[in-house]
Design a protein around this ligand. Structure first.
Ligand SMILES: [Zn+2]
Length: 342
């Protein structure tokens, strides 16, 4: 068991500053089904829009339905303490828009659970910690999580591998990121106008002689030449072919998908950390940032826009504000009266 945990550790990093890091990606078999569906249901591009500060979303993958519809969440494994910790962090997304998550099974009064033998979806978002459906950390995008043409009821839609054994130091940032995907948010570094394509150092330094460490990770050669992204990700621990690198790293285009986005936000929780060596200009690259662990102002603005509080909520908020103002006025009036009477 101890050996297993040690082996897992380097596989589970998407945002830590150590290299080489495992780069998060939706498992290939699920990605393939998503792409087929995306092509079949291609929506008109959103072009020439005025860009306001917000993050990057796949609009048609937003959760819709009656206003204030809660997104149900079920767990496979993990203690109630872990589930509660995750739910507490996820609730941060609910501060910024009409985003509600529902974790409790009304039949049992406990956290909702799903199993590997389910034949119907027990919840919109199915969290696993075992990595069976794909290693590391990943989540399907928005409503894909409960789309039977993409994923089965007995499969995870959101993976937090290893959390049930040992919570990593940056677990809360990972939870924010993966549940951002579950709301429909995309990777900020793949934003169509982000320009990260130009920042990334795709190719090896001229004259680079492929050099690997004992694990199989590509490193600089004896002359100080460095490998590019394609080479780094082809080695340990990712072993990605170029096509997979392109699918997960290249800027997305607006020609076939219903995207909405603002200007690139380097602080977005949806932009994950890349080592400076991934960029032509290192830490000076505009797509470079230190590790983002919190929901940025742009992320907040995106949620406000894409999950707007409905009329009923706004009315309730207004009524609350009005009531508190009336109370304040009443107090002020009473105080004035007291003064006058003196
Ligand atoms: Zn991600």
């Amino acid at each position: 068991m101890r050996l297993l945990l040690i082996l897992f550790v380097p596989l589970l990093l998407w945002g830590q500053a150590s290299t080489p890091a495992f780069v998060e990606a939706i498992p290939d078999h699920i990605q393939a089904r998503m792409q087929v569906k995306a092509r079949a249901a291609a929506n008109a591009a959103i072009a020439g829009q005025a860009l306001t500060m917000q993050s990057f979303i796949f609009l048609s993958k937003r959760w819709t339905g009656p206003p204030s519809r809660a997104i149900t969440v079920a767990f496979n494994g993990g203690t109630d303490d872990l589930r509660k910790s995750i739910a507490n962090v996820v609730s941060e997304w609910s501060k910024y828009g009409d985003v509600k998550f529902d974790y409790m099974d009304p039949a049992t009064g406990h956290y909702r659970e799903w199993t590997r033998s389910d034949t119907t979806f027990q919840a919109d978002v199915r969290v696993a910690f075992d990595g069976i459906d794909g290693p590391g950390y990943w989540s399907l995008i928005g409503v894909d999580s409960a789309d039977a043409t993409i994923i089965a009821a007995n499969q995870a839609s959101l993976e937090l591998q290893g959390f049930a054994d040992n919570l990593p130091a940056d677990w809360a940032g990972t939870v924010r990121h993966e549940f951002g995907h579950a709301l429909g948010l995309m990777h900020e570094h793949q934003m169509p106008v982000g320009g990260c394509d130009q920042d990334f150092k795709w190719q090896d330094d001229p004259g680079y002689v492929p050099t690997q460490d004992l694990n199989g990770a590509y490193t600089g050669d004896t002359q100080g030449h460095k490998p590019g992204i394609y080479t780094v990700l082809a080695g340990y621990p990712n072993f990605w072919p170029q096509s997979k690198v392109d699918a997960n790293m290249k800027q997305l285009t607006v020609d076939s998908s219903n995207y909405d986005f603002g200007p690139f936000d380097a602080m977005s929780i949806m932009k994950y950390y890349f080592d400076p060596s991934f960029f032509v200009s290192g830490t000076m690259a505009h797509c470079y940032s230190s590790e983002n662990t919190v929901i940025s102002m742009g992320d907040q603005a995106g949620i406000r826009k894409w999950y707007p509080n409905t009329g009923s909520n706004e009315l309730q908020d207004l009524l609350k504000q009005q009531n508190s103002m009336l109370q304040l006025l009443g107090k002020s009036h009473q105080m004035q009266n007291v003064k006058v009477s003196k």
